[in-house]
Design a protein around this ligand. Structure first.
Ligand SMILES: NC(=O)C1=CN([C@@H]2O[C@H](COP(=O)(O)OP(=O)(O)OC[C@H]3O[C@@H](n4cnc5c(N)ncnc54)[C@H](O)[C@@H]3O)[C@@H](O)[C@H]2O)C=CC1
Ligand SMILES: O=C(CO)COP(=O)(O)O
Length: 340
């Protein structure tokens, strides 16, 4: 059977991944050579971003300077992008995935499989859900997850790194590995969707903490302490709510490695540092510094705080709780070390 891949999302990470997937499908006979990529249409210098991508083969706004393979075709229509796909790659900022799934419901082939590259959780009035669960429940398809120490620009430049795919169905995990794995983007597949996904979501909160410490110029020992405490709280939360999450998952690329890289070089870190040095709000800095890219750590801190406070658990997760309060309750940044 021929598999056909559709990419749902074309931001910084979505575009980096498009380069890999577009190249890899050409190496196997069982993949259709065209990869459609859904682009949330916008104007860039008076032109549709989709037209720019399809003529220059570059996402000039979200991943400038990187050529995309010509078999990656940008499409502004979500339903058309996915209509004939058998493998869906979800790579939108987490705040948009619910609306994407609502639009896709009833509009995808029955034999589809999915993978989520999204780092976040889905919170609503009834509680919280993993994004893979939300995809599975709303669309009736199985979903794997991919997450790792993968700053998009570095991956797009082909620098060596690793990533982790979490699967429930091993055949799906192996199939998705084929479209992502390269010599310099090494994929390891493990049977722990929940652990992989929670690592990716929760490390973004800790990365905000890493940036606050940088802004406060507290030094390397303090940063290491925030990373250690953060890893501890990530594992504690994951295993408190999902008893099957494995300890080993935290030693994969999706765990400690992603936490380190995001605390060293990610957008959450950068914006949190600027929050300390400029006193501006996170929302304002996101607009000023990220050129349309989206912060995931602050909103995930808010989601987590909602879960923890409802369950009376804030005192058990002092670091994540303090980071939330600094982001949303005007707590002075120095509380990152004073209140934990
Ligand atoms: N950028 C990175 O280095 C990495 C990001 N990730 C994760 O991948 C996911 C996607 O991130 P990026 O590709 O970096 O996105 P991004 O941060 O570049 O976000 C911008 C994207 O959101 C789209 N967008 C804006 N408004 C929208 C709307 N209303 N509906 C749908 N789309 C809309 C924009 O068109 C653009 O494609 C996130 O969960 C992120 O945490 C994971 C690994 C690395
Ligand atoms: O997830 C990432 C790297 O693995 C990117 O993190 P930021 O969103 O903080 O840039």
């Amino acid at each position: 059977m021929t598999e056909k891949v559709a990419l749902i999302g074309s931001g910084n990470w979505g575009s980096a991944v498009a380069k890999i997937v577009g190249t890899n499908v050409k190496n196997f006979t069982h993949f259709d050579k065209e990869v459609k990529m859904w682009v949330y249409e916008e104007q860039v210098n008076g032109q549709n971003l989709t037209d720019i991508i399809n003529t220059k083969h570059e996402n000039v706004k979200y991943l400038p300077g990187i050529k995309l393979p010509e078999n990656v075709v940008a499409c502004p229509d979500l339903i058309r992008t996915c209509a004939d796909a058998t493998m869906l790659v979800f790579v939108v900022p987490h705040q948009f995935v619910v609306s994407v799934c609502k639009q896709l419901k009833g509009n995808i082939p029955d034999n589809c499989k999915a993978i989520s590259l999204i780092k976040g959780i889905d919170v609503n009035d009834h509680g919280f859900r993993l994004i893979t669960d939300m995809i599975q429940d709303s669309l009736g398809i199985r979903s794997c997850v991919l997450s790792g120490a993968n700053i998009a620009t570095e991956v797009a430049e082909g620098r060596f790194c690793e990533t982790t795919i979490g699967y429930r169905n091993r055949t799906d995990g192996e199939l998705f590995k084929e479209i992502f794995h390269t010599r310099n983007f090494r994929v390891n597949i493990i049977e722990d969707v929940i652990g992989v996904e929670l690592c990716g979501a929760l490390k973004n909160i800790i990365a905000v903490g890493g940036g606050l410490v940088d802004g406060l110029k507290l030094g390397a020992n303090t940063k290491a302490a925030i990373i250690r405490i953060g890893l501890y709280e990530m594992r504690k939360f994951a295993q408190m709510f999902y008893k099957d999450v494995k300890d080993e998952t935290f030693f994969e690329s999706c765990g400690v490695a992603d936490l380190i890289t995001t605390c060293a070089g990610g957008r959450n870190r950068k914006v949190a540092e600027a929050h300390v040095t400029t006193g501006k709000s996170f929302d304002q800095l996101e607009l000023e510094m990220l050129n349309g890219q989206k912060l995931q750590g602050t909103s995930t801190a808010k989601d987590m705080y909602g879960i923890l406070s409802k369950k009376g658990l804030c005192h058990e997760f002092p670091l994540m709780t303090t980071i939330y309060r600094i982001c949303y309750e005007n707590l002075p940044s120095i509380k990152i070390v004073e209140d934990i």
